[in-house]
Write a protein that binds this ligand. Structure first.
Ligand code: TXA
Ligand code: MG
Length: 341
């Protein structure tokens, strides 16, 4: 299959809509990351997503809508707290899990009785959903296990020849996948941190629990509340280790471990005291900027095969930083070293 590269012109958006209506899979931009979209109401089309991505069939997908009016048909009911969050942050980088309506095929939810719904704010994403005329199921458009794509070129690198088309809508704004919250419980549960932060959610609806898998490895035999959180994820081929501590302790540790294949992934300005090759991923303490650059930097290591070991400065887990920390923990397969100050 030849993968078409579409632009965000009205004609190409209409073409994407046509392909989606025909049951094809199309890579689409959103404000978070690129998605691999198919008609959410067509179980066969959704199966193609899993094939293109190499995704385990037990990992459910998010259903994307282009207006609030589409929501009631997709879920059993909309809980009051979900209405409140929707009024504040939809459209936007927030995904809410609710009890599913019968029209959602089991392929989308991996057989669960709940469905994840998101209303993206990206104008091109919304135009494509409207052009398709159906809600779109879409996971991030990377091959399973790789960092999520934040440009059309990333999607092409992973999906060339595997899907009908990729629509280039420019670089993603947030750069991290949406915040996922389970709204089926009286107290909402944060399953995946993102651009809508835990602090924002608590301010809006009071108590919000944090699923332990957000910051810790699942114990053997433990069931994942969000199946996507149990897989090795975001990991470059190089071995990544997180170093928790201030800039001085960080540089001292990295320089003491300098050698062939060793590199640093540090905060802006902190490279000056390093004696090893480095990539920076934003200012220390600025989670939003780190989040915006994170996946591009994680992918960049794979273009430098001489680098086999990356010592990464650990982000502060507050605000959007919690989302950056959550992704970095998975890139490092939970290997964190606490530095002595
Ligand atoms: O920003 C995003 O959310 C992007 C763009 C394309 O919208 N999509 C995305 O999808 O990140 P994906 O499939 O890579 O991540 C969806 C996450 C997974 O961890 C999945 O396990 C979880 O949401 N999820 C989906 N449906 C669920 C459900 N019914 N219950 C619990 N977790 C669910
Ligand atoms: Mg993903």
């Amino acid at each position: 299959m030849q993968t078409k590269l579409l632009t965000d012109s009205p004609a190409d958006i209409a073409e994407a809509g046509r392909l989606l209506r025909q049951g094809e899979v199309v890579g689409i931009p959103t404000e978070t990351v690129y998605g691999l979209a198919a008609n959410a109401l067509d179980g066969r089309a959704v199966t193609e997503i899993f094939q293109a991505k190499g995704r385990p069939a037990d990992n459910p997908l998010i259903v994307h809508i282009a207006s609030l009016e589409e929501l009631p048909a997709l879920v059993e009911e909309v809980p009051e707290k979900a209405k409140r969050l929707a009024s504040l942050w939809w459209p936007g980088p927030l995904t809410m899990i609710m009890k599913k309506a019968p029209c959602i095929p089991p392929e989308v939810t991996a057989g669960l009785s709940t469905v994840a719904v998101r209303f993206p704010v990206h104008p091109v994403a919304r135009a494509i959903i409207r052009a398709a005329g159906v809600p779109l199921a879409a996971p991030s458009a990377n091959r399973s296990g790789s960092p999520s794509p934040t440009t059309a070129a990333h999607v092409m690198a992973d999906m060339q020849g595997r899907i009908a088309a990729v629509l280039d809508g420019g670089e993603c704004d947030v750069g991290l996948e949406s915040t996922v919250v389970d709204m089926t419980k009286e107290i909402p549960v944060l399953l995946r941190p993102g651009g809508i932060t835990l602090e924002m959610l608590r301010q809006a609806v009071g108590e919000v629990e944090v699923n332990p898998a957000v910051t810790a490895m699942l114990k053997e035999g433990e069931v994942a509340a969000s199946p996507g959180m149990k897989y090795r994820h975001y990991a470059p081929k190089a071995h990544v280790t997180l170093l928790r501590g201030g800039p001085v302790a960080y540089a001292a540790y990295v320089n003491a471990h300098a050698g062939p294949g060793v590199a640093a992934m540090c905060f802006d300005g902190e490279e000056t005291s390093l004696t090893v090759p480095f990539l920076t991923y934003g200012p220390r303490g600025n989670g939003a900027e780190q989040g915006h650059r994170l996946f591009d930097v994680l992918r960049a290591w794979d273009r430098r095969p001489e680098v086999t070991r990356v010592y990464a400065a650990c982000p502060d887990p507050v605000g959007v930083g919690l989302a950056v920390y959550n992704r970095m923990l998975r890139a490092a397969e939970f290997e964190v070293i606490d530095l002595e100050e």
